[in-house]
Design a binder for this molecule. Structure first.
Ligand code: 4AD
Ligand code: MG
Length: 436
């Protein structure tokens, strides 16, 4: 029988008109079905698309027709037939089936229309088959590939950090502690400190790995586990660091906007928004940002760090990402170098995405002098013994250097126009969810 061949055709190539008039064999899952009398319409889905199949009694044998009529949604199946153009069918093509067989008849699929957000999260392992999430997963892959290509072209080396560590990179309040054979250790909040090690061997490096934050907040932009892209560059100052981020952002936005416009449109995102991204991005100091926030009626005082509300207000009407730089030393991480030209502030830069999305990158020029680092660590009461190795980096051939951390899901949330960060990652981990 035709259907038992060991080759089969992706639906996308049929939709692209490459199989007109030929007998094809497709394999996938039943996306929708309806039947009346001697005709069953089965919409099949595979990873590449969906296509309607008309299964007619008499054209296919009795067994095939009955299995088409009785098949449940999301069961797996195989269809043989000849594609022809049909404007009424989704995607403009229909397969006139010569055979239909069920590979696995599922039990009734639990997800129908109008399910609650919580139910869809409980059944995430099944809901990931939905058209929108499938497309988001593809786009996410294309985005990370595009970022890797960007760094590869600039001779960066990809490195891997440890995930279990002794040293907090971003402060104690969001550490996940674990029992490491009887003594405390933590899930990594950032691979940065290790990227700084690699930088001294390889000069330009990046890490793409999970980071963990025990974020007690329930917001549309916080995850407890997220993917973190962290480049680190020897001999880069603040200005070069920001320039690199800008080039990276333009590269990934244009690549996705140009080469995956169809996927973006399918999920309701206008590709033009990404194609319009261009440097130089506005750069404003923390001090100016606070003034702007106050003009926008935000209740924030000079001396406080910007939060989600302030970032949303600052970026709501923006068309380009915005750099906020030179935050106060008082509330930024211990490793950020003080700006010799603006004492009391550090050479930090956060990149805020437009349309209200807010921070997607945190970066800085690093302290590279051992004495300066030690004094900052003392100010912040960090236990020296857990950080000795990090101080060592400043004792043996230290160099000026800079780097940054980009949250992949934050980037995707903005680029794909998602309302909530949970849809940028297949299995979101948040304060009240670690299943499935
Ligand atoms: O600003 P953060 O905390 O900076 C660092 O971790 C630095 N060590 C990075 C570096 O210089 N190598 O985090 C960097 C980025 C944020 O801008 C945000 O995009 C993302 O990581 N991020 C989160 N994404 C999702 N959920 C969370 N809870 C996040 N916390 C930070
Ligand atoms: Mg930050």
């Amino acid at each position: 029988m035709d259907c038992l061949t060991d080759s089969f055709t992706p639906i996308s190539s049929i939709l692209a008109g490459k199989a007109e008039g030929k007998v094809v064999n497709i394999r996938g899952w039943v996306h929708r079905s309806r039947s009346s009398g001697g005709l069953a319409f089965i919409i099949m889905r595979d990873s590449s698309g969906i296509i309607q199949c008309a299964v007619k009694k008499g054209v296919v044998d009795e067994v095939a027709f009955n299995s088409a009529k009785g098949v449940f949604i999301e069961s797996s199946a195989m269809v043989c037939g000849t594609p022809k153009k049909d404007e009424r069918a989704p995607g403009g093509w229909e397969i006139g089936a010569s055979d239909f067989s069920v590979i696995h008849q599922g039990i009734p699929f639990p997800i129908a229309k109008d399910q609650s957000v919580e139910f869809l999260l409980d059944t995430r392992h099944l809901w990931l088959r939905s058209q929108k999430l499938t497309k988001v997963m593809k786009l996410r892959d294309y985005a990370t590939r595009s970022l890797r290509t960007f760094f590869e072209k600039r001779s960066f080396i990809e490195c891997v950090p440890p995930i279990i560590t002794k040293s907090a990179c971003e402060g104690g309040s969001t550490l996940f502690e674990l029992d490491y054979f009887g003594s405390p250790a933590y899930l990594s909040q950032s691979g940065q400190m290790y990227a700084e090690v690699y930088m001294q061997a390889l000069e330009k490096v990046f890490i793409l790995a999970p980071s963990f934050r025990a974020e007690p907040s329930r917001t549309v932009r916080h995850l407890a586990e997220y993917w973190h892209l962290e480049p680190e560059m020897a001999f880069y100052n603040q200005k070069m660091n920001m320039q690199l981020q800008e080039e990276m952002m333009v590269h990934v936005c244009h690549d996705i906007g140009k080469n995956h416009a169809d996927l973006l449109t399918d999920i309701g995102r206008d590709p033009e928004k990404l194609l319009a991204v261009k440097g130089p991005f506005p750069r404003i100091t923390y001090e100016k940002a606070i003034e702007k926030c106050r003009e926008l009626d935000c209740a924030i005082e000079y001396g406080q760090d910007l939060g989600a509300d302030e970032e949303a207000a600052l970026t709501k009407d923006a068309e380009q990402p915005i750099f906020i730089h030179n935050h106060l030393k008082a509330f930024k991480a211990f490793y950020m170098r003080e700006d010799p030209n603006m004492p009391g502030t550090v050479l930090s830069a956060d990149l805020l995405a437009p349309e209200g999305h807010g921070e997607i990158i945190g970066g800085s020029e690093r302290i590279w002098d051992a004495a300066e680092l030690k004094s900052r660590m003392e100010e912040q009461n960090l236990p020296m013994k857990d950080y000795q190795w990090y101080v060592d980096l400043r004792e043996y051939g230290s160099v000026p250097h800079s780097g940054f951390g980009l949250g992949i899901e934050r980037l995707c949330k903005w680029m794909f126009g998602l309302d909530h960060i949970r849809d940028a990652i297949p299995f979101p981990r948040t304060i009240n969810r670690v299943y499935p």
